[in-house]
Write a protein that binds this ligand. Structure first.
Ligand SMILES: [Zn+2]
Length: 68
C-alpha cells in the first residue's frame, strides 16, 4: 500500500521552481556555523535539484524545525 516515504523532516511550503510540485525529496541536510540549515532537495516529479536555507530564529515566531 501507499509506500510514501515521508521522513517527517520535510518542510511545507517549498515548491519546485520548475514544475511547482511540492513533493521534494530531501537529499542532504547540513548545518552551518551561523545556525542555518541547508537542505538539498530534489523534485520527485521533474528531478530538479534545489537548495534551501532555513534560518533558526530565537523567538516564538521562528520557524518550527524538527531535529532527528
Ligand atoms: Zn519539479
Amino acid at each position: 500500500m501507499g509506500a510514501s516515504s515521508l521522513t517527517g523532516a520535510e518542510h511545507r511550503g517549498v515548491q519546485c521552481p520548475e514544475c511547482g510540485c511540492a513533493r521534494l525529496e530531501v537529499l542532504q541536510t547540513r548545518h552551518t556555523h551561523d545556525m542555518r540549515i541547508l537542505r538539498r532537495r530534489r523534485c520527485r516529479r521533474c528531478g530538479t535539484r534545489i537548495t534551501t536555507a532555513e534560518h533558526l530564529l530565537a523567538g516564538p515566531r521562528g520557524p518550527c524545525c524538527r531535529y532527528r
